[in-house]
Ligand binder design. Structure first.
Ligand code: LMR
Length: 328
């Protein structure tokens, strides 16, 4: 707890030790970038901490640092290897510097629904994909699913041509860049915590994200509206460092890994409801949501889906085919 407090002070945050860990417990710091509650990742992180802190009391103690208060998604990868944090859940788009296999999840219109994404990410195939991170010193413990992405901009977007000439903020993902360029628009990679300011000041015209990110970060307040494209999944790889896991006693490690697995499964069952609530909250707060007819949505599919071809070599055509065949 003392070192967690020290780190918080270094980061300029007047933050108390959130979990009240005892000195003889192994402290697991979980750093993430989204809202602490009312968001699939924020809520999953808190559920995990509550479960660990009750079931592993006296052995392991988890502290959650939300809202980029400790690290952004780039820095957290280094912090994991340095042992400054023990758990992180960057979006899968952000693993590009470590493996190109996970580009799978960035392919636009890969899954036809949130249920389809959830069901694929619960499969053994999906678990195996996380093993690609092992050569870099990380262990992937599972996925948190966050929702499907929607586009927003400072002008109405109905047809793909409406996006032409605009600049969109994207995550650090070359697939996202290719997808935006297919719209004849330009892409700018920015850290999550910079997005609101960039939209507000006009550094970028638009962005793409899940309902809960658009709501909790208030992006909708500085955009003309949000178009319900459901064009891509937003999900996270829950990762730790191999050194940290190897350093735990075997029984502690097994219990920890099994609680993470079980809790993420539970959390992922809640995603559709949470996303629905965030979507409704945008409407209740006066935000504009544009729904697309199947024909209108098909126009977006036909412009963006061809980028799959560019990334087939990185991911593997067989892997893409299997994921895309999940039909729920
Ligand atoms: C983003 O950068 O837009 C997302 O990855 C943020 C998040 O963690 O949901």
């Amino acid at each position: 707890a003392v070192s967690a407090l020290a780190i918080s002070v270094c980061a300029g945050q007047a933050m108390a030790d959130p979990a009240g860990c005892d000195g003889d417990e192994t402290v697991v710091r979980f750093s993430h970038v989204v809202a602490a509650t009312g968001h699939p990742k924020g809520d999953a992180a808190q559920l995990l901490a509550d479960t660990i802190n009750s079931e592993m009391d006296g052995k392991v103690c988890m502290e959650v640092y939300p809202n980029s208060t400790l690290y952004d998604d780039d820095k957290v990868m280094e912090a994991l290897l340095l042992g400054d944090v023990q758990l992180a859940a960057p979006s899968l788009s952000k693993f590009e510097a470590y493996t190109k296999k996970l580009r799978l999840y960035d392919l636009p219109f890969l899954f036809s629904s949130l249920d389809g994404a959830n069901s694929y990410m619960g499969s053994d195939d999906a678990k195996e994909l996380l093993a690609a991170l092992e050569s870099e010193g990380y262990t992937g413990l599972g996925y948190i699913v966050s929702g499907l992405k929607q586009f927003s901009a400072n002008k109405p977007l109905e047809k793909p041509e409406d996006a032409s000439g605009l600049k969109f903020r994207v995550q650090t993902s070359d697939v996202a860049v290719a997808m935006i360029e297919a719209l004849n628009a330009s892409a700018q990679k920015l850290a999550f915590k910079e997005v609101y300011g960039a939209l507000q000041t006009g550094v970028v015209d638009g962005q793409e994200n899940s309902w809960c990110n658009i709501y909790t970060q208030k992006f909708f307040e500085v955009q003309d509206g949000v178009t319900e494209t459901n064009h891509q999944v937003l999900a996270y790889g829950v990762i730790t460092s191999q050194d940290f896991l190897d350093g735990l006693d075997e029984d502690v490690r097994e219990q920890f890994v099994s609680i993470v697995d079980k809790t993420l499964g539970e959390a992922n069952q809640q995603v559709a409801d949470k996303e629905g609530e965030c979507r409704q909250s945008i409407l209740d707060s006066g935000g504009e949501i544009r729904e697309l007819s199947p024909e209108q949505r098909e126009a977006w599919v036909s412009v963006m889906k061809p980028v799959w071809k560019q990334f087939e070599g990185d991911i593997g055509a067989d892997v893409i085919e299997k994921a895309a065949s999940v039909s729920t």
